[in-house]
Design a protein around this ligand. Sequence first.
Ligand SMILES: C[S@@+](CC[C@H](N)C(=O)[O-])C[C@H]1O[C@@H](n2cnc3c(N)ncnc32)[C@H](O)[C@@H]1O
Length: 241
Amino acid sequence: MDDIHSESYVKRLFAEMAGTYGLVNLLSSLGFAWWWRRRAVHSLEGSAESALDLMTGGAECLGHLKRRFGSTTRVDLIDWCPVMCERARATVDRHPHRACEVVHANALRVPRPDDCYDVVTSTFGLKTLARNELPLLAREIRRVLKPGGRFSLLEFSMPPNRVLRFFFRFYVKSYVPLLGALLLGNPDNYRLLWRYTSEFGNCDALVPIFREEGLEVECRHHFFGCATQLVGRLPPDPSET
Ligand SMILES: C[S@@+](CC[C@H](N)C(=O)[O-])C[C@H]1O[C@@H](n2cnc3c(N)ncnc32)[C@H](O)[C@@H]1O
Protein backbone atom coordinates (compact mmCIF):
# COMPACT_ATOMS: atom_id res chain seq x y z
CA MET A 1 0.00 0.00 0.00
CA ASP A 2 1.20 3.55 -0.79
CA ASP A 3 2.64 5.59 2.04
CA ILE A 4 0.40 8.64 1.65
CA HIS A 5 2.63 10.67 4.01
CA SER A 6 5.88 10.11 2.13
CA GLU A 7 7.57 13.13 0.60
CA SER A 8 7.35 11.82 -2.98
CA TYR A 9 3.66 10.93 -2.59
CA VAL A 10 2.59 14.29 -1.11
CA LYS A 11 4.64 16.27 -3.65
CA ARG A 12 3.16 14.35 -6.58
CA LEU A 13 -0.36 14.67 -5.17
CA PHE A 14 -0.17 18.45 -4.89
CA ALA A 15 1.61 18.82 -8.22
CA GLU A 16 -1.41 17.07 -9.79
CA MET A 17 -3.95 19.02 -7.75
CA ALA A 18 -2.34 22.46 -8.11
CA GLY A 19 -4.47 23.51 -11.10
CA THR A 20 -7.81 22.85 -9.41
CA TYR A 21 -6.94 23.04 -5.68
CA GLY A 22 -7.87 26.69 -5.04
CA LEU A 23 -11.25 26.58 -6.75
CA VAL A 24 -12.26 23.14 -5.42
CA ASN A 25 -11.23 24.23 -1.93
CA LEU A 26 -13.27 27.44 -2.12
CA LEU A 27 -16.38 25.90 -3.68
CA SER A 28 -16.38 22.63 -1.73
CA SER A 29 -16.04 24.37 1.61
CA LEU A 30 -18.75 26.91 0.65
CA GLY A 31 -16.34 29.64 1.64
CA PHE A 32 -15.69 28.13 5.10
CA ALA A 33 -12.02 27.46 4.28
CA TRP A 34 -11.53 31.14 3.44
CA TRP A 35 -13.29 32.17 6.64
CA TRP A 36 -11.35 29.71 8.82
CA ARG A 37 -8.01 30.89 7.36
CA ARG A 38 -9.05 34.43 8.17
CA ARG A 39 -9.89 33.46 11.74
CA ALA A 40 -6.62 31.56 12.09
CA VAL A 41 -4.64 34.65 11.06
CA HIS A 42 -6.78 37.19 12.92
CA SER A 43 -6.58 35.26 16.19
CA LEU A 44 -2.88 36.19 16.33
CA GLU A 45 -2.52 39.11 18.70
CA GLY A 46 -0.15 42.07 18.54
CA SER A 47 1.98 43.35 15.69
CA ALA A 48 4.50 41.53 13.50
CA GLU A 49 7.51 42.64 11.47
CA SER A 50 7.98 39.17 10.03
CA ALA A 51 5.67 36.24 9.34
CA LEU A 52 6.12 32.70 8.07
CA ASP A 53 3.36 30.67 6.38
CA LEU A 54 4.23 26.97 6.31
CA MET A 55 2.83 24.58 3.67
CA THR A 56 1.54 27.66 1.93
CA GLY A 57 0.07 26.00 -1.20
CA GLY A 58 -1.01 28.84 -3.50
CA ALA A 59 -0.33 31.44 -0.76
CA GLU A 60 -3.96 31.32 0.35
CA CYS A 61 -3.07 33.00 3.69
CA LEU A 62 -1.12 35.90 2.18
CA GLY A 63 -4.04 38.33 1.84
CA HIS A 64 -5.19 37.62 5.41
CA LEU A 65 -1.65 38.14 6.76
CA LYS A 66 -1.24 41.44 4.94
CA ARG A 67 -4.65 42.69 6.05
CA ARG A 68 -4.00 41.62 9.64
CA PHE A 69 -0.43 42.87 10.05
CA GLY A 70 -0.04 45.52 7.34
CA SER A 71 1.78 45.91 4.08
CA THR A 72 5.26 46.35 5.56
CA THR A 73 5.31 42.98 7.34
CA ARG A 74 7.80 40.68 5.60
CA VAL A 75 6.18 37.35 4.76
CA ASP A 76 7.98 34.12 3.85
CA LEU A 77 5.81 31.46 2.20
CA ILE A 78 7.18 27.92 2.29
CA ASP A 79 6.09 24.92 0.23
CA TRP A 80 8.04 21.92 -1.06
CA CYS A 81 5.94 21.33 -4.19
CA PRO A 82 7.42 23.29 -7.13
CA VAL A 83 4.06 23.65 -8.91
CA MET A 84 2.41 25.00 -5.76
CA CYS A 85 5.36 27.42 -5.35
CA GLU A 86 4.65 28.72 -8.87
CA ARG A 87 1.05 29.34 -7.91
CA ALA A 88 2.16 31.07 -4.71
CA ARG A 89 4.49 33.32 -6.78
CA ALA A 90 1.57 34.19 -9.06
CA THR A 91 -0.45 35.18 -5.96
CA VAL A 92 2.45 37.33 -4.71
CA ASP A 93 2.72 39.02 -8.15
CA ARG A 94 -1.00 39.85 -8.07
CA HIS A 95 -0.65 41.29 -4.59
CA PRO A 96 -0.26 45.03 -4.07
CA HIS A 97 2.19 44.59 -1.15
CA ARG A 98 5.14 42.52 -2.23
CA ALA A 99 7.37 42.24 0.85
CA CYS A 100 7.10 38.47 0.44
CA GLU A 101 9.27 35.59 -0.66
CA VAL A 102 8.15 32.15 -1.80
CA VAL A 103 10.64 29.61 -0.49
CA HIS A 104 10.83 26.14 -2.02
CA ALA A 105 11.67 24.05 1.06
CA ASN A 106 10.54 21.45 3.55
CA ALA A 107 8.45 22.97 6.35
CA LEU A 108 10.32 20.76 8.82
CA ARG A 109 13.67 22.32 7.82
CA VAL A 110 13.06 26.03 7.35
CA PRO A 111 16.14 27.54 5.66
CA ARG A 112 16.22 30.52 8.03
CA PRO A 113 18.16 31.31 11.24
CA ASP A 114 16.79 30.81 14.78
CA ASP A 115 14.46 33.39 16.38
CA CYS A 116 13.58 35.26 13.21
CA TYR A 117 9.75 35.36 12.97
CA ASP A 118 7.12 37.16 15.04
CA VAL A 119 4.34 34.90 13.79
CA VAL A 120 4.04 31.48 12.13
CA THR A 121 0.86 30.25 10.43
CA SER A 122 -0.18 27.12 8.59
CA THR A 123 -3.60 26.18 7.24
CA PHE A 124 -4.77 22.78 5.97
CA GLY A 125 -1.26 21.32 5.68
CA LEU A 126 -0.99 19.39 8.96
CA LYS A 127 -2.93 16.32 7.84
CA THR A 128 -0.38 15.22 5.25
CA LEU A 129 2.39 15.08 7.87
CA ALA A 130 3.11 11.66 9.37
CA ARG A 131 2.54 11.29 13.14
CA ASN A 132 6.27 11.11 13.81
CA GLU A 133 6.78 14.40 11.96
CA LEU A 134 4.52 16.42 14.27
CA PRO A 135 7.18 16.78 17.02
CA LEU A 136 9.62 17.91 14.32
CA LEU A 137 7.14 20.56 13.23
CA ALA A 138 6.71 21.78 16.83
CA ARG A 139 10.52 21.91 17.24
CA GLU A 140 10.98 23.84 14.00
CA ILE A 141 8.28 26.37 14.92
CA ARG A 142 9.93 26.83 18.30
CA ARG A 143 13.33 27.30 16.64
CA VAL A 144 12.28 30.00 14.17
CA LEU A 145 9.96 31.97 16.49
CA LYS A 146 11.33 34.96 18.36
CA PRO A 147 10.73 34.78 22.12
CA GLY A 148 7.14 35.92 22.64
CA GLY A 149 6.35 35.03 19.00
CA ARG A 150 2.91 33.55 18.21
CA PHE A 151 1.70 30.75 16.00
CA SER A 152 -1.64 29.59 14.62
CA LEU A 153 -2.18 26.28 12.81
CA LEU A 154 -5.49 25.12 11.39
CA GLU A 155 -6.78 21.87 9.93
CA PHE A 156 -10.02 20.18 8.79
CA SER A 157 -11.00 17.78 11.55
CA MET A 158 -13.36 14.97 12.44
CA PRO A 159 -16.39 16.44 14.25
CA PRO A 160 -17.06 14.60 17.54
CA ASN A 161 -20.86 14.47 17.05
CA ARG A 162 -21.88 11.21 15.31
CA VAL A 163 -24.70 12.71 13.21
CA LEU A 164 -22.52 15.54 12.01
CA ARG A 165 -19.70 13.07 11.33
CA PHE A 166 -22.05 11.08 9.06
CA PHE A 167 -22.75 14.15 6.91
CA PHE A 168 -19.13 15.28 7.10
CA ARG A 169 -18.02 11.85 5.86
CA PHE A 170 -20.44 11.97 2.92
CA TYR A 171 -19.36 15.48 2.09
CA VAL A 172 -15.58 14.84 2.21
CA LYS A 173 -15.68 11.34 0.73
CA SER A 174 -18.21 11.88 -2.07
CA TYR A 175 -19.10 15.51 -2.67
CA VAL A 176 -15.55 16.96 -2.72
CA PRO A 177 -14.23 14.32 -5.22
CA LEU A 178 -17.31 14.90 -7.41
CA LEU A 179 -16.66 18.62 -7.44
CA GLY A 180 -12.97 17.91 -8.18
CA ALA A 181 -14.01 15.79 -11.19
CA LEU A 182 -16.46 18.44 -12.45
CA LEU A 183 -13.65 20.99 -12.35
CA LEU A 184 -11.43 18.58 -14.33
CA GLY A 185 -9.32 17.41 -11.40
CA ASN A 186 -8.58 13.76 -10.61
CA PRO A 187 -11.35 12.57 -8.19
CA ASP A 188 -9.00 9.91 -6.71
CA ASN A 189 -6.72 12.67 -5.45
CA TYR A 190 -9.64 14.44 -3.80
CA ARG A 191 -10.85 11.14 -2.32
CA LEU A 192 -7.60 11.03 -0.34
CA LEU A 193 -8.80 14.04 1.60
CA TRP A 194 -11.06 11.71 3.58
CA ARG A 195 -8.18 9.35 4.40
CA TYR A 196 -5.92 12.18 5.54
CA THR A 197 -8.68 13.84 7.58
CA SER A 198 -9.92 10.66 9.28
CA GLU A 199 -6.36 9.61 10.16
CA PHE A 200 -5.53 13.11 11.40
CA GLY A 201 -8.52 13.35 13.78
CA ASN A 202 -8.15 16.85 15.20
CA CYS A 203 -5.60 19.22 16.69
CA ASP A 204 -6.23 18.12 20.33
CA ALA A 205 -3.55 15.42 20.01
CA LEU A 206 -0.98 18.05 19.06
CA VAL A 207 -1.32 20.03 22.29
CA PRO A 208 1.00 17.81 24.41
CA ILE A 209 3.47 17.57 21.51
CA PHE A 210 3.76 21.36 21.31
CA ARG A 211 3.90 21.72 25.12
CA GLU A 212 6.74 19.22 25.18
CA GLU A 213 8.71 21.72 23.09
CA GLY A 214 8.11 24.48 25.65
CA LEU A 215 5.39 26.22 23.64
CA GLU A 216 2.25 27.58 25.30
CA VAL A 217 -0.70 26.29 23.30
CA GLU A 218 -4.44 25.75 23.27
CA CYS A 219 -6.77 23.99 20.83
CA ARG A 220 -9.87 25.77 19.47
CA HIS A 221 -12.76 24.06 17.69
CA HIS A 222 -14.62 25.70 14.80
CA PHE A 223 -18.07 24.83 13.45
CA PHE A 224 -18.71 21.92 15.85
CA GLY A 225 -15.21 20.56 15.35
CA CYS A 226 -15.15 20.41 11.53
CA ALA A 227 -11.95 22.44 11.81
CA THR A 228 -9.58 22.74 14.75
CA GLN A 229 -6.87 25.26 15.44
CA LEU A 230 -3.73 25.25 17.53
CA VAL A 231 -2.93 28.71 18.76
CA GLY A 232 -0.09 29.61 21.05
CA ARG A 233 3.24 31.29 21.61
CA LEU A 234 6.84 30.80 22.59
CA PRO A 235 7.08 32.31 26.09
CA PRO A 236 8.98 35.61 26.17
CA ASP A 237 12.59 35.58 27.33
CA PRO A 238 12.36 36.28 31.14
CA SER A 239 15.53 38.41 31.00
CA GLU A 240 13.80 40.77 28.55
CA THR A 241 10.60 41.33 30.54
C1 LIG B 1 -3.73 21.20 1.54
S1 LIG B 1 -2.49 22.26 0.90
C2 LIG B 1 -2.74 23.70 1.91
C3 LIG B 1 -2.45 24.95 1.15
C4 LIG B 1 -2.79 26.26 1.86
N1 LIG B 1 -2.01 26.44 3.06
C5 LIG B 1 -4.27 26.43 2.15
O1 LIG B 1 -4.61 27.02 3.16
O2 LIG B 1 -5.10 26.01 1.34
C6 LIG B 1 -1.03 21.56 1.66
C7 LIG B 1 0.27 22.12 1.09
O3 LIG B 1 1.33 21.72 1.97
C8 LIG B 1 2.45 21.37 1.20
N2 LIG B 1 3.28 20.50 2.05
C9 LIG B 1 2.94 19.33 2.64
N3 LIG B 1 3.95 18.87 3.40
C10 LIG B 1 4.96 19.77 3.29
C11 LIG B 1 6.27 19.86 3.85
N4 LIG B 1 6.76 18.92 4.68
N5 LIG B 1 7.03 20.93 3.54
C12 LIG B 1 6.57 21.90 2.71
N6 LIG B 1 5.33 21.87 2.15
C13 LIG B 1 4.54 20.81 2.44
C14 LIG B 1 1.89 20.71 -0.04
O4 LIG B 1 2.80 20.75 -1.11
C15 LIG B 1 0.63 21.56 -0.28
O5 LIG B 1 0.91 22.64 -1.15
